[in-house]
Design a protein around this ligand. Sequence first.
Ligand SMILES: *[C@@H]1O[C@H](CO)[C@@H](O)[C@H](O)[C@H]1NC(C)=O
Ligand SMILES: *[C@@H]1O[C@H](CO)[C@@H](O)[C@H](O)[C@H]1NC(C)=O
Length: 230
Amino acid sequence: MFETSSGFVAMFLFLFLSNHVLFSPVSLPSRLNNNDISTLEAVGVFKTLSQLKKINLSNNKITEIEDGVFEGAGSVNELHLTANQLDSVRSGMFKGLEGLRMLMLRNNKISCIHNNSFTGLYNVRLLSLYDNQLTTITPGAFDTLQTLSTLNLLANSFNCDCRLAWLGDWLRSRKIVTGNPRCQRPAFLKEIPLQDVALPDFRCEEGELRSTHTLQHTMFFLFAVYCPFI
Ligand SMILES: *[C@@H]1O[C@H](CO)[C@@H](O)[C@H](O)[C@H]1NC(C)=O
Ligand SMILES: *[C@@H]1O[C@H](CO)[C@@H](O)[C@H](O)[C@H]1NC(C)=O
């Protein structure tokens, strides 16, 4: 649902283009949650809605958000994308949301969080990545979220190898994480809270590292497409 500061609910027409939704200044759905939207296309609709406070796109089938779709939505405080099918996030998707304080990405299929996922979101206090498919997060992924005070990483499938060693420390020192996100792999760390894992236990086998390297080399193109900027 679109709500402006005065509580006014914008009532416009819905324009469907197959299963894509095209937002244009003359046509805007009055309710965006509980639809079958799969792709958000950038047409600049938010430039005309400068008082918008909340965008609720929960319970759709969103797999892709085009860069710049939210441009002009600088007054929006909350973006709800709960229960969709996003498998990655990049900062371009959120471009224009400088005023965002709450970003709900709960219940998606996000597997990659990297250094460029959230750049530009300087005011986000609450970020929920609850119930996604995160296996690893690059160190520095949350560095640009300077005012982050609550981070939910529960219900993910973290692979607690050497690449995640930084996160145990980070969770202990930042104290902004809800509950205790747990490792799923390797087997000997299954269900152990990340922040309780001793540093030497976040390990990569020699061979494992080498093969990861080769794999990354061989599959560079695929990785680049699936998880850009990593
Ligand atoms: C967003 O929409 C969903 C689905 O209709 C609803 O369950 C949820 O309460 C809404 N969230 C907010 C913050 O408005
Ligand atoms: C991500 O940021 C961290 C911390 O600033 C840095 O150490 C790391 O090299 C960066 N990674 C990439 C891939 O840029």
